[in-house]
Design a protein around this ligand. Structure first.
Ligand SMILES: Cc1cc2nc3c(=O)[nH]c(=O)nc-3n(C[C@H](O)[C@H](O)[C@H](O)COP(=O)(O)OP(=O)(O)OC[C@H]3O[C@@H](n4cnc5c(N)ncnc54)[C@H](O)[C@@H]3O)c2cc1C
Length: 397
């Protein structure tokens, strides 16, 4: 990993200034306020403006096809974070568009890809089901052949962004009698198809996600991705990306693990707490002068720094766990006024630690739970073998 400082060329410096100014113009206070209210993590006006200015295409395409070079890609990622661009829906769109590009028919690609670049088409993930999501291959949503098309029945839990998207990347079961990894077929289902009902769900941190019901939904075969009963081949790659089981590039121009974006809320809360505990009260006393405050803050900072340095799948676990561990400590240090949320008069730190406290559980669930990742580390990295969940065999008496 290269940790040296990057000297920006004049062109890259100009790109930084131009993109920073553009983002400042389109991500207004109104956008941020609305996003907080809806919990959507998506803003159509911002998304279409990014598409129109060519940023979505340049973000998605490789450099050889007109996309950003490595340095600009990094600048762009960091500037989007600084500007608090609502980002979740382009994240899912970009990931799924890779599968459409790889496995879609020419007709489907022509329908979808140009409008991904303009921002008119957004794509969401339809993996998890109400009865369980950790093992996506146990899918019960059925797709049955019907003439030239398919009929889909079932339901999907936590289809984030479905109400702002045009298609869902849907895992279906097309052969219930086959072994689970040979029973799946992937589709890109148009979300305006008759028989689809989207119901909103709010999570504890205020995000919006959805449960989506599919009742006799008819889909043309052109919306199938990959071969029938070979959906595992299609879905494996995006699953690996979402799991963070992909090594960061060694040039240092990439986050060392996924969830860094989310974990920045923890860094901001720690900064606010550090500022607050060093403020003198009217008697000149500072919270930090109490050794236990200094100890707990120091411990939190050390845990946070360690988690930011952990890579790949380890980083993913460390970041979410650090968020869970540190946020209640920060609230304790700052006192009861730390339980007041953002924008409330009298809140100790404008709700920063309180927000991380509500957000942290989700960061350790979506895209796979911490328990599942710890098992993956045990099994694949440490070689401890597959966990045995079956009850121990009874001894013959
Ligand atoms: C905010 C949010 C957004 C999401 N967005 C999407 C989305 O856009 N699309 C989508 O398809 N899904 C989405 N999800 C679903 C998410 O991926 C699942 O919640 C996650 O994979 C866990 O599945 P589950 O909730 O069904 O829990 P289950 O699989 O039912 O697990 C229940 C409990 O059992 C534990 N467990 C399960 N299996 C194992 C194992 N092998 N070893 C150890 N422990 C285990 C889990 O850790 C958990 O504590 C989202 C979830 C949230 C909270």
């Amino acid at each position: 990993m290269d940790f040296s400082r990057v000297e920006l060329s004049e062109e890259d410096q100009a790109f930084l200034e131009e993109s920073r100014a553009f983002l400042r113009e389109i991500v207004t206070d109104d956008v941020i306020r609305r996003d907080r209210e809806t919990g959507d993590n998506f803003d159509e006006g911002v998304h279409l403006a990014l598409g129109k200015a060519g940023y979505l295409a340049r973000e998605w395409k490789p450099e050889s096809e007109g996309g950003f070079n490595r340095v600009r890609r990094r600048i762009w990622e960091l500037e989007k974070r600084r500007a608090h661009v609502p980002w979740v829906t382009f994240g899912t769109t970009a990931m799924i568009a890779r599968s459409v590009d790889k496995f879609g028919s020419p007709e489907l690609k022509a329908e979808v890809m140009p409008r991904v670049y303009t921002g008119e088409v957004r794509l969401c993930l339809g993996y998890t089901e109400p009865e369980g999501g950790s093992d996506v291959a146990t899918c019960k949503t059925r797709a049955v052949r019907d003439g030239d098309g398919w009929v889909i029945n079932g339901s999907k839990m936590f289809t984030t962004g479905a109400h702002n998207c045009q298609y869902v990347f849907l895992i279906t079961n097309t052969d219930p009698d086959a072994p689970k990894h040979k029973s799946l077929t992937m589709f890109l289902v148009p979300l305006d198809s008759p028989g689809i009902e989207i119901q909103g769900i709010r999570t504890v941190d205020g995000d919006r996600t959805n449960i989506v019901y599919y009742s006799d939904v008819r889909v043309d075969d052109k919306y199938r991705l990959g071969e029938v009963n070979d959906g595992w081949t299609v879905v494996r790659e995006p699953l690996n990306v979402e799991h963070g089981a992909v090594e960061a590039a060694a040039d240092g121009l990439q986050d060392v693990s996924i969830m860094m974006h989310q974990a920045n809320t923890m860094a901001a809360a720690v900064d606010k707490a550090a500022a607050k505990v060093t403020e003198p009260d009217p008697n000149g006393r500072r919270l930090i002068d109490d050794g236990s405050v200094a100890y707990r803050l120091g411990r939190g900072v050390a845990r946070m720094e360690a988690s930011f340095s952990a890579t790949s799948i380890f980083g993913r676990v460390a970041l979410a766990q650090a968020m869970r561990d540190i946020s209640p400590d920060l609230m304790d240090l700052l006192g009861t006024a730390a339980s007041l949320p953002l924008g409330t008069d009298g809140a100790a730190d404008d709700g920063a630690a309180e927000y991380v406290y509500r957000f942290a559980p989700l960061v350790g669930i979506y895209g796979g739970t911490l328990e599942v990742f710890r098992n993956m580390i045990a099994q694949y990295v440490l070689g401890l073998g597959k966990p045995a969940y079956a009850p121990p065999a009874k001894k013959a008496s």
